[in-house]
Design a protein around this ligand. Structure first.
Ligand SMILES: [Zn+2]
Length: 218
Protein backbone atom coordinates (compact mmCIF):
# COMPACT_ATOMS: atom_id res chain seq x y z
CA UNK A 1 0.00 0.00 0.00
CA UNK A 2 1.04 3.57 -0.58
CA UNK A 3 0.24 6.37 1.85
CA UNK A 4 -1.00 9.16 -0.41
CA UNK A 5 -2.10 11.62 2.30
CA UNK A 6 -1.88 11.54 6.11
CA UNK A 7 -4.06 8.63 7.24
CA UNK A 8 -5.07 7.62 3.69
CA UNK A 9 -3.50 4.64 1.94
CA UNK A 10 -4.07 3.32 -1.55
CA UNK A 11 -4.00 -0.43 -2.12
CA UNK A 12 -1.54 -0.79 -4.97
CA UNK A 13 -1.21 -3.63 -7.46
CA UNK A 14 -4.93 -3.41 -8.29
CA UNK A 15 -6.16 -1.41 -11.24
CA UNK A 16 -8.63 0.64 -9.25
CA UNK A 17 -8.06 2.97 -6.30
CA UNK A 18 -9.18 1.13 -3.18
CA UNK A 19 -8.53 3.51 -0.29
CA UNK A 20 -7.88 2.58 3.32
CA UNK A 21 -8.32 5.15 6.10
CA UNK A 22 -6.61 4.95 9.46
CA UNK A 23 -8.96 5.60 12.37
CA UNK A 24 -8.21 6.04 16.05
CA UNK A 25 -7.85 2.95 18.23
CA UNK A 26 -6.02 0.92 15.60
CA UNK A 27 -9.06 0.62 13.38
CA UNK A 28 -9.19 0.92 9.60
CA UNK A 29 -11.96 1.79 7.13
CA UNK A 30 -12.06 0.65 3.52
CA UNK A 31 -13.61 2.59 0.63
CA UNK A 32 -14.85 0.13 -2.03
CA UNK A 33 -13.57 -3.41 -2.47
CA UNK A 34 -12.62 -4.16 -6.09
CA UNK A 35 -13.80 -6.88 -8.45
CA UNK A 36 -14.62 -10.37 -7.20
CA UNK A 37 -11.32 -12.06 -6.28
CA UNK A 38 -9.58 -8.91 -5.00
CA UNK A 39 -9.77 -9.80 -1.28
CA UNK A 40 -6.47 -11.79 -1.19
CA UNK A 41 -4.63 -8.83 -2.78
CA UNK A 42 -6.13 -6.41 -0.26
CA UNK A 43 -5.14 -8.77 2.58
CA UNK A 44 -1.59 -9.04 1.22
CA UNK A 45 -1.11 -5.28 0.95
CA UNK A 46 -2.71 -4.50 4.30
CA UNK A 47 -0.39 -6.99 6.01
CA UNK A 48 2.68 -5.83 4.08
CA UNK A 49 2.07 -2.34 5.48
CA UNK A 50 2.04 -3.65 9.04
CA UNK A 51 -1.73 -3.74 9.55
CA UNK A 52 -4.05 -6.71 9.98
CA UNK A 53 -7.14 -7.33 7.89
CA UNK A 54 -9.28 -7.66 11.02
CA UNK A 55 -8.44 -4.04 11.87
CA UNK A 56 -10.90 -3.09 9.11
CA UNK A 57 -14.06 -2.26 11.06
CA UNK A 58 -16.00 -0.30 8.43
CA UNK A 59 -16.46 -0.65 4.66
CA UNK A 60 -18.01 2.20 2.71
CA UNK A 61 -19.37 1.58 -0.78
CA UNK A 62 -19.66 4.44 -3.26
CA UNK A 63 -22.00 2.42 -5.51
CA UNK A 64 -23.13 -1.00 -6.66
CA UNK A 65 -20.88 -1.72 -9.68
CA UNK A 66 -18.96 -5.01 -9.41
CA UNK A 67 -15.53 -3.35 -9.48
CA UNK A 68 -16.62 -1.63 -6.23
CA UNK A 69 -18.68 -4.29 -4.42
CA UNK A 70 -17.27 -7.46 -6.08
CA UNK A 71 -15.16 -8.46 -3.08
CA UNK A 72 -17.50 -7.03 -0.44
CA UNK A 73 -18.94 -10.42 0.62
CA UNK A 74 -15.45 -11.93 0.95
CA UNK A 75 -14.05 -9.01 2.96
CA UNK A 76 -17.08 -8.85 5.26
CA UNK A 77 -16.68 -12.57 5.91
CA UNK A 78 -12.99 -12.10 6.73
CA UNK A 79 -13.33 -8.97 8.88
CA UNK A 80 -16.95 -8.82 10.18
CA UNK A 81 -16.75 -5.10 9.31
CA UNK A 82 -19.90 -2.98 9.25
CA UNK A 83 -21.01 -1.84 5.79
CA UNK A 84 -22.22 1.59 4.66
CA UNK A 85 -23.82 2.95 1.48
CA UNK A 86 -26.55 5.33 0.32
CA UNK A 87 -30.00 3.91 1.10
CA UNK A 88 -30.94 3.67 -2.59
CA UNK A 89 -27.75 1.76 -3.42
CA UNK A 90 -28.15 -0.51 -0.37
CA UNK A 91 -31.13 -2.20 -2.00
CA UNK A 92 -29.10 -2.91 -5.16
CA UNK A 93 -26.14 -4.20 -3.08
CA UNK A 94 -28.58 -6.60 -1.41
CA UNK A 95 -29.90 -7.41 -4.95
CA UNK A 96 -33.42 -6.49 -3.95
CA UNK A 97 -33.81 -5.94 -6.91
CA UNK A 98 -30.56 -6.69 -8.74
CA UNK A 99 -29.22 -3.59 -10.46
CA UNK A 100 -29.78 -3.79 -14.20
CA UNK A 101 -28.36 -0.43 -15.32
CA UNK A 102 -25.23 0.07 -17.43
CA UNK A 103 -22.73 -1.40 -18.11
CA UNK A 104 -24.91 -4.55 -17.96
CA UNK A 105 -23.85 -8.14 -18.37
CA UNK A 106 -21.04 -7.90 -15.84
CA UNK A 107 -23.04 -6.98 -12.76
CA UNK A 108 -22.37 -10.28 -10.92
CA UNK A 109 -21.35 -10.25 -7.26
CA UNK A 110 -22.51 -11.87 -4.03
CA UNK A 111 -25.21 -9.78 -2.31
CA UNK A 112 -24.63 -8.16 1.08
CA UNK A 113 -27.09 -6.56 3.49
CA UNK A 114 -25.74 -3.06 4.12
CA UNK A 115 -25.69 -2.27 7.86
CA UNK A 116 -25.90 1.52 7.76
CA UNK A 117 -27.71 3.53 5.11
CA UNK A 118 -26.67 7.09 4.32
CA UNK A 119 -28.74 9.96 3.10
CA UNK A 120 -27.37 13.14 1.56
CA UNK A 121 -25.64 15.35 4.14
CA UNK A 122 -24.90 12.60 6.66
CA UNK A 123 -21.49 12.65 8.32
CA UNK A 124 -19.17 9.77 9.14
CA UNK A 125 -16.40 10.13 11.73
CA UNK A 126 -13.46 9.48 9.43
CA UNK A 127 -10.60 11.91 8.64
CA UNK A 128 -12.00 14.31 11.23
CA UNK A 129 -15.50 14.08 9.71
CA UNK A 130 -16.46 13.23 6.13
CA UNK A 131 -19.72 14.49 4.65
CA UNK A 132 -21.72 12.11 2.49
CA UNK A 133 -22.86 13.70 -0.77
CA UNK A 134 -25.53 11.95 -2.80
CA UNK A 135 -24.10 12.38 -6.32
CA UNK A 136 -26.48 10.38 -8.54
CA UNK A 137 -26.11 9.84 -12.26
CA UNK A 138 -23.43 7.20 -12.66
CA UNK A 139 -25.81 5.04 -10.59
CA UNK A 140 -28.99 6.16 -8.76
CA UNK A 141 -27.51 5.97 -5.24
CA UNK A 142 -23.90 6.93 -5.97
CA UNK A 143 -22.11 8.87 -3.21
CA UNK A 144 -19.04 11.06 -2.94
CA UNK A 145 -17.27 11.87 0.36
CA UNK A 146 -16.08 15.32 1.30
CA UNK A 147 -13.86 16.95 3.91
CA UNK A 148 -13.92 20.74 3.73
CA UNK A 149 -11.26 20.98 6.49
CA UNK A 150 -8.83 18.80 4.58
CA UNK A 151 -9.89 19.91 1.11
CA UNK A 152 -10.50 16.35 -0.02
CA UNK A 153 -13.23 15.10 -2.37
CA UNK A 154 -13.51 11.35 -2.93
CA UNK A 155 -15.61 11.00 -6.04
CA UNK A 156 -16.03 7.27 -6.73
CA UNK A 157 -17.10 7.04 -10.38
CA UNK A 158 -18.59 10.52 -10.73
CA UNK A 159 -15.35 11.44 -12.53
CA UNK A 160 -12.80 9.48 -14.54
CA UNK A 161 -9.12 10.43 -14.59
CA UNK A 162 -7.72 8.27 -17.35
CA UNK A 163 -4.61 8.90 -19.46
CA UNK A 164 -4.42 12.55 -18.55
CA UNK A 165 -8.09 13.20 -19.38
CA UNK A 166 -10.32 14.30 -16.51
CA UNK A 167 -13.94 13.67 -17.54
CA UNK A 168 -17.30 12.50 -16.34
CA UNK A 169 -17.45 8.71 -16.32
CA UNK A 170 -18.41 7.82 -19.92
CA UNK A 171 -22.12 7.36 -20.75
CA UNK A 172 -21.65 3.68 -21.63
CA UNK A 173 -21.06 3.01 -17.90
CA UNK A 174 -23.57 5.56 -16.62
CA UNK A 175 -27.26 5.26 -15.70
CA UNK A 176 -28.22 8.89 -16.37
CA UNK A 177 -25.65 11.37 -17.64
CA UNK A 178 -27.81 14.48 -17.13
CA UNK A 179 -28.03 13.67 -13.40
CA UNK A 180 -24.24 13.12 -13.33
CA UNK A 181 -23.80 16.60 -14.84
CA UNK A 182 -25.98 18.10 -12.08
CA UNK A 183 -23.91 16.20 -9.47
CA UNK A 184 -20.66 17.50 -11.04
CA UNK A 185 -21.95 21.09 -10.99
CA UNK A 186 -22.89 20.68 -7.34
CA UNK A 187 -19.49 19.41 -6.19
CA UNK A 188 -17.67 22.04 -8.30
CA UNK A 189 -18.96 24.69 -5.86
CA UNK A 190 -17.31 23.06 -2.83
CA UNK A 191 -13.91 24.00 -1.36
CA UNK A 192 -11.28 21.37 -2.06
CA UNK A 193 -7.90 20.88 -3.65
CA UNK A 194 -7.61 17.08 -3.82
CA UNK A 195 -9.80 14.85 -5.95
CA UNK A 196 -9.53 11.13 -5.37
CA UNK A 197 -11.25 9.19 -8.17
CA UNK A 198 -11.60 5.42 -8.25
CA UNK A 199 -10.15 5.13 -11.74
CA UNK A 200 -6.92 6.92 -12.56
CA UNK A 201 -4.29 8.62 -10.43
CA UNK A 202 -5.40 10.68 -7.41
CA UNK A 203 -5.19 14.45 -8.01
CA UNK A 204 -3.33 15.81 -4.96
CA UNK A 205 -3.36 19.48 -5.92
CA UNK A 206 -5.34 21.72 -8.26
CA UNK A 207 -8.32 19.38 -8.17
CA UNK A 208 -10.95 22.10 -7.92
CA UNK A 209 -9.64 23.75 -11.07
CA UNK A 210 -9.86 20.43 -12.93
CA UNK A 211 -13.49 20.00 -11.84
CA UNK A 212 -14.41 23.61 -12.66
CA UNK A 213 -12.83 23.36 -16.12
CA UNK A 214 -14.71 20.13 -16.80
CA UNK A 215 -18.03 21.51 -15.60
CA UNK A 216 -17.73 24.50 -17.98
CA UNK A 217 -17.70 22.03 -20.88
CA UNK A 218 -20.84 20.13 -19.82
ZN1 LIG B 1 -19.09 2.47 -11.49
Amino acid sequence: MVQILPGIHRVDDVEENIYLFEEGGGKLALLDTGYPGTAPKIKHHVEKSGFRLDQISRIILTHVHPDHVGSLRAIVDLTKARTFSHWVEAEFIAQRPAYDGPPGGGNRFDPVEVDEKFKDGDKIDLLGGLEILHTPGHTPGHISLYSEDQGILLTGDLFFNQEGNFTLTPPMYTHHTQSAIISARRVAKLKFDRVLTYHGPPILEGGKKRVEELVKTL
